[in-house]
Design a protein around this ligand. Structure first.
Ligand code: NAD
Length: 324
């Protein structure tokens, strides 16, 4: 197949490119290298089945050109994470919403299938504690007000899904949204999204591990190889078309416990310290207290289950950080 990966120079995208080339596909990458890096793709520069196109997904002509002839588009390009979108709200919203619309429109014209990288952020705050359960794809989202920057990234990813399914309904675009739950592993940017990347890189360097709030907020973490496997399946399985699918592990863990685990597994003498959300993100920051996926649809539709135990994934990530 001929495949386009937008955001293919980024963390998840570059691992996806590795896997697609190993499977024997022709792979094009469109990336503006804002958070992505050429070095993530360094192994492939001489590969005749690979090409890197430096440009933005908001450029309609560039996107139309690079999609031409592609069977599948994996759309991962985004201003990613709550932090970046708070720092550059307009740029972030426009990249995520306008850029996605440009990609979907071009894919519909080209007759290409689309796998859209969405996020567990689309679930927002989740339900009240007493009524809490893992997030299933069709459960309600509770998003905070538009005056609170915390929710802008969540909303932009949610709107991406709405656009994808609108193109599916009205233009026959074969679209699937994969909702990633805290992906981590080698090449993850510690300055950006990933709390695990931040903890591991700092633990390896012996620097303090900063926990936001009381650290009792919980997440589920997914090793990047598992996320890539699910993403490939989402681009292959006919039953996945028209669906949003959680990609994550069912194991719930508090952030304070993650910090302790990273410290133990790396043998680090980093100290643990706390900062309030307000100190880090400014006033009126709100967080999701518990965030764990319901993984049944991924199993039913994709035959996917996350395989990498957290301890193994952290050790592999730490080994990569030590080597880099
Ligand atoms: P990343 O920042 O490493 O990757 C994003 C890539 O998109 C980068 O290479 C960046 O240069 C590129 N990009 C940004 N704006 C662009 C533009 N206008 N035009 C072209 N390229 C552009 O982050 P990642 O973790 O690999 O995220 C990939 C996707 O997965 C994103 O859509 C993100 O929202 C989603 N996601 C990631 C996680 C996670 O835990 N990492 C969780 C949920 C969702």
């Amino acid at each position: 197949m001929k495949v386009l990966v937008t955001g293919g120079a980024g963390f998840i995208g570059s691992h996806l490119v590795d896997a697609l080339l190993t499977q024997g596909h022709d792979v094009r990458v469109l990336d503006n290298l804002s958070t992505g890096k050429r070095e993530n793709l360094a192994d492939h520069t001489a590969n005749p089945h690979f090409s890197l196109h430096v440009g933005t997904v908001t450029n309609e002509d560039a996107v139309r050109e690079v999609i031409r002839g592609c069977d599948t588009v994996f759309h991962l390009a985004a201003a990613i994470g709550v932090r970046y979108v708070i720092d550059d709200p307009l740029g972030g919203m426009l990249t995520n919403v306008r850029g996605t619309e440009v990609v979907l429109a071009a894919a519909a014209v080209a007759g290409a299938r689309v796998v859209l990288a969405s996020s567990s952020e689309v679930y927002g705050k989740g339900r009240p504690q007493g009524d809490w359960q893992p997030f299933a794809e069709d459960s309600d989202a509770v998003i905070g007000p538009s005056s609170v920057p915390r929710w802008w990234y969540s909303l932009s990813k949610s709107l991406d899904e709405h656009l994808a399914f609108a193109y599916y309904r009205q233009r026959g675009l074969a679209a699937t949204a994969v909702r990633y739950f805290n992906i981590y592993g080698p090449r993850c940017d510690p300055g950006g999204y990933g709390v695990l990347a931040r903890f591991v890189s700092r633990a390896v360097a012996g620097l303090p591990l900063t926990i936001y709030g009381d650290g009792l907020q919980s997440r589920s973490f997914t090793y990047v190889d598992d996320a890539v496997r699910a993403t490939l399946l989402a681009g292959e399985r006919p039953e996945a078309v028209g669906q949003a699918i959680n990609v994550g592990s069912g194991r719930e863990i508090g952030i304070l416990d993650v910090a302790r685990l990273v410290k133990a597994l790396t043998g680090s003498d980093s100290v643990l310290e706390h900062q309030t959300y307000e100190e880090v993100f400014g006033p009126r920051f709100e967080d999701t207290r518990r965030r764990v996926p319901d993984v049944r649809r991924a199993k039913q539709v994709l035959g996917f289950e996350a395989r990498t135990p957290l301890e193994q994934g952290i050790s592999q990530t730490a080994a990569w950080w030590s080597a880099h």
